[in-house]
Ligand binder design. Structure first.
Ligand code: NDP
Length: 283
């Protein structure tokens, strides 16, 4: 039976460290703060935003929600983001995705001040990831690295196979792993021989959003398996890409869904807000 990598526990530990740092900043009159912009009534976004604000409150980061109607146009949203860019009291700006169809997400992401881009989605921060300069790192990939480190899983020289090439998970994660001297293979929906490639992985990370995609046959004996996905099964229950029951018999370590990568994403968002506050106040 494999080690179950506990994202909830690790996230609690990270959040406790953040809370202590936030307390110290506050003693010096600095109040880290996040502005969240949500457009429309997407029910999942509503839950995500509520959870992020709750997590902020728990560590003492102030958060403000700007909730705009579904019919908001791109220009209006950009105007509001630019106002937040100028607001000296705001350390982090998060525009919750997805946005309604009339708004170009890429355009909106590009307007956020890179120094307040706590999601790490701005092209400037993505570019910094490539050049190895300091910048905001997208929260889910950062959380995965933190989990691997917490469980002393060696990245240096390991063959990491990532299933998924999105801008928020697969691509930035590949760069982070490369920066830690892993050998990285990225798979996607057009990859041939997915099973054979996954089977070569020392660390297999699945972020495809396809329930049951990764079976025991995809996994080498004693590999580490990280399941990023947050899918819903036929009963509406949260589940991942990995068939946990069969894969956990073969893997050395595995993340569950829920309770694996998910809690780490929020913890890394809080960390980015803290780093922004510290950086902007030149501490
Ligand atoms: P996207 O839909 O943007 O990307 C999915 C990727 O998986 C694409 O690159 C796609 O390939 C690839 N893919 C899809 N089906 C297959 C397949 N059958 N075989 C191989 N590759 C496949 O999703 P996201 O990156 O936004 O999210 C991925 C999953 O992670 C989702 O379940 C999401 O809910 C979850 N997630 C979880 C987070 C967390 O905090 N735990 C945070 C963010 C996301 P192609 O590019 O060719 O289409």
């Amino acid at each position: 039976m494999s080690t179950v990598i506990d994202g909830k526990l690790t996230s609690a530990k990270v959040r406790e460290q953040i809370r202590e740092e936030v307390d110290k900043l506050k003693e010096n009159g600095i109040k880290p703060s996040l502005t969240v912009i949500r457009v429309g009534e997407d029910p999942a976004s509503k839950v995500y935003v509520r959870n992020k604000q709750k997590a902020c409150a728990e560590v003492g980061i102030e958060s403000e929600l700007i909730h705009l109607p579904e019919e908001t146009d791109e220009q209006e949203l950009i105007r509001i983001v630019e106002e937040c860019n100028q607001d000296p009291l705001t350390d982090g700006i998060l525009v919750q995705l997805p946005l309604p169809a009339q708004i170009d997400e890429e355009r909106v992401k590009s307007v956020i001040d890179p120094a307040k881009d706590v999601d790490g989605f701005h092209a400037v921060n993505m570019g910094r990831l490539i050049t190895g300069e300091a910048g905001f790192v997208p929260c889910t990939p950062a959380g995965i690295i933190r989990l691997l480190d917490e469980y002393d899983i060696g990245i240096d020289g390991a063959h990491c196979v990532i299933v998924g090439r999105s801008q928020i998970v697969g691509k930035p994660l590949a760069l982070l792993l490369l920066g830690r001297n892993a050998t990285v293979t990225i798979c996607h929906s057009r990859t041939r021989n997915l099973k054979e490639i996954c089977k070569q992985a020392d660390i297999l990370i699945s972020a495809a959003g396809q329930t049951g995609l990764i079976t025991a046959d995809h996994v080498k004996d004693q590999a580490v398996v990280i399941d990023v996905a947050m899918n819903r099964d036929e009963n509406g229950k949260l589940c991942g890409d990995v068939k946990f029951d069969e894969v956990s018999k073969k893997a050395a370590a595995i993340t569950p869904v829920p309770g694996g990568v998910g809690p780490m994403t929020v913890a890394m968002l809080l960390n980015n807000c803290l780093q922004s506050a510290k950086g902007r106040k030149a501490l």
